[in-house]
Design a protein around this ligand. Sequence first.
Ligand code: PEP
Length: 251
Amino acid sequence: MRKKIVAGNWKMNKTFQEGVDLAIEIDKLYAESGDKNVKVIVTPPFTHIAEVNKVVNNDLISVAGQNCSTETSGAYTGEISAEMLWSAGADAVILGHSERREYFGETNEMLNTKVKKALEFNLTPIYCIGEVLAERESGKYFDVIKEQLQTVLFDLSVEDFSKVVLAYEPVWAIGTGKTATPAQAQEVHKFIRDLLKEKFGAAADNTSILYGGSCKPDNAKELFANPDIDGGLIGGASLKAADFMGIINAF
Ligand code: PEP
């Protein structure tokens, strides 16, 4: 059975105290909510990880980083290693977010190294893929997604692959208020799973594939109702505890 996951990507938002307060609020709301069949992940800025990890119930909520270095350690000013994230209490890391690809030049080749680094230091890679608007409109999106999967994941062993979480995030839907329709999202999620099954066999049945892109409490239910959508990677709506909880409760 694959896990249902809702992960909040805080991006470069919240001061230290604001982040800790948000984590406390999410923790409280989730503790009070009835059903706890969803794995909840919060992804604060690096500076907040250790403290956020202390204030949440780790049996219910885990903490992730938003990126990690391709390198293990050394003279790489400004970088954060996978091992540092792990030592601060993170158990996962978002890799390949479209903002990292677009603004910081992250390539599939770099992401292949980052995924392996994350796995080496016991972090679950939450690997993001997705097409930009022009690729959607020209019908090239399947090719783009296939390449993002093949170049980054296809040299992993089945054992390592089974530790990876995928996030399909059509770039045209991120932060734009323009959500993919449930049918558009399901079409791509099924394409992803089928491709992963061809390569990794039955292990792909247990891979959680999250949808990301303007997912909100009022559209999460119809997205999550689809057979290959196993949860969400949430940006804007993860910055308010009540909205984030509304999405968690959409399952
Ligand atoms: C994201 O950045 O991963 C994201 C899905 O953002 P938003 O929910 O704000 O579209």
